[in-house]
Write a protein that binds this ligand. Structure first.
Ligand SMILES: Nc1ncnc2c1ncn2[C@@H]1O[C@H](COP(=O)(O)OP(=O)(O)OP(=O)(O)O)[C@@H](O)[C@H]1O
Ligand SMILES: [Mg+2]
Length: 149
């Protein structure tokens, strides 16, 4: 039924669980996967925030380098887990101030027919029913979304 599953990940423990579930589902359905990580661009108010908190500001180049390294590490882990399960998996990252918008755009661009993502992510404020990115994807997606808890 589902042939191409998009699995967005922020690298959090809960995302990892959703990734594992997406791999199993893809295996059962004979689907392929696209793993996606949205890289946050350099914070607009980075300099002010750093000054206010007294924490040294991360240079934009170093920030970009670390974000790219993080994206690669997170996506490589999905690719290896998928390969171990014999599931075809492509990986993509894109820079965006809105992870949810980037997720929806990626699903459209890659013609995915299902998005599998976790209810929460790195911030994981359990008091909220859903993380803000998951909530926005559910609101704006035109394809089915499976929310993993
Ligand atoms: N940068 C990102 N790239 C790809 N997927 C993401 C990204 N951020 C979040 N997600 C996806 O959304 C899921 C839920 O994360 P979300 O950001 O909504 O919750 P949160 O981090 O707990 O809370 P907050 O709303 O404060 O960010 C993650 O498990 C992941 O699947
Ligand atoms: Mg988040």
């Amino acid at each position: 039924m589902y042939k191409h599953i998009l699995v967005p990940t922020d690298g959090s423990a809960l995302s990892d669980k959703a990734v594992a579930a997406a791999i199993q589902l893809a295996k059962l359905a004979g689907a392929r996967l696209t793993a996606f990580h949205a890289v946050e661009p350099y914070p607009l108010q980075g300099a002010y925030a750093a000054e206010a908190s007294g924490v040294a500001e991360l240079q934009p180049e170093i920030f970009a380098e670390r974000s790219e390294e993080y994206a690669k590490r997170v996506l490589d882990a999905v690719a290896s887990a998928a390969a171990a399960a014999n599931v075809q998996c492509a990986t993509h990252s894109a820079s965006s101030r809105s992870a949810s918008q980037a997720i929806i755009e990626m699903a459209r661009k890659e013609n995915c027919d299902l998005i599998v993502m976790a209810s929460h992510g790195r911030r994981g404020l359990e008091g909220f029913l859903l993380g803000s990115e998951t909530q926005k994807v559910l609101t704006h997606s035109s394809i089915p979304v499976l929310v993993y808890r």
